[in-house]
Design a protein around this ligand. Sequence first.
Ligand SMILES: NC(=O)c1ccc[n+]([C@@H]2O[C@H](COP(=O)([O-])OP(=O)(O)OC[C@H]3O[C@@H](n4cnc5c(N)ncnc54)[C@H](O)[C@@H]3O)[C@@H](O)[C@H]2O)c1
Length: 336
Amino acid sequence: MATILVTGTAGFIGYHLALRLIADGHTVVGVDDLDPGTFGSLKAERHRRLLQAPGYTGVVQDLADVEATDALFATHRPDLVAHLAARTGVRASVEHPFRYERSNVLGTLAVLEAARRHGRPRVVYASSSSVYGDSTAMPWREDDRADSPVSLYAATKRAGELMATAYAATHGLCTVGLRFFTVYGPFGRPDMAVWTFAEAIASGEPVPLFDGGNMQRDFTFVEDVVEAVRAALFHPGFEGAGIFNVGAGAPQGLDTLLRLLEAAMGRPALRKLLPAQAGDVASTWADSSSLEAAVGFRPRVSLAEGVAAFARWFVDNPEIVQAVRAERAQPERPAR
Ligand SMILES: NC(=O)c1ccc[n+]([C@@H]2O[C@H](COP(=O)([O-])OP(=O)(O)OC[C@H]3O[C@@H](n4cnc5c(N)ncnc54)[C@H](O)[C@@H]3O)[C@@H](O)[C@H]2O)c1
């Protein structure tokens, strides 16, 4: 059994990954800065639940504090690292560029440097489909160009990939980048369509359909993403730097997502058609065959199955949903 450092454990994917690794019997050290600026109630609740799990140590810390991150590695000496922490969301990165740069670039560099200095554990890190920009040559493959980002968020995720690749070349660190495609599932992100649509359906408010509902996303269920991270952590075959897509491989329109949610929640939605927003790309579509060839796994959960699982969780957790709703109604809190 390994000691695994997971960053971003109060976040959506990090929380699910930590739970799974604990269930597998590993020792998990989780770190998150619990930034209250974006849905702090949700992060606090995930953090609180993880602290109750045996075999879990939770550290509240800003990874961009380089000395503190070095000390974290010196203290826990992880065998493996899953670096998922980031400021997330394409749209907010337009408004808060320095916040994104600090977490996603400096924070990632601090993790890579600390890994180099303390035992050189394999670093599996989250990248994003956004690095492909608005390329229309689909499906996207890892060897496609990724040098025309259309948001600052995408630029920071690409910067993370380049730094990880440089650390592999310069220091022999094994780094595995996973480009996630629109991840959704229980306890997910309130800034993303699956949650905002469900919230609007439940409250009888109109569902905002940007770009008139024509946008397509390669929605990927969180359990599939957790499986991909586990495979990347433990697969014996990796050396140097690798980068893989992690996507279901089946782009679906937002109008399809809405229909599935209506069916799963047993309620009709009101629709509000809106123009596309800055930084949004029209479609995403992953070719995940490289991941399958490398580790023998590719995402499998259909959108209908995943949406049904999300809707069950959403209906069964009214306190969490209500706390998020209350937070949404408040003016934005200053974030670090
Ligand atoms: N959810 C998706 O659809 C998606 C798609 C592509 C890529 N990703 C990537 O996957 C990773 C996880 O995403 P998520 O959906 O769980 O996001 P999330 O926002 O729910 O979780 C990210 C967590 O990182 C923490 N964090 C941010 N900056 C930090 C810092 N400086 N120090 C410590 N903790 C910090 C946040 O507090 C948050 O809890 C991110 O790297 C994201 O860029 C996610």
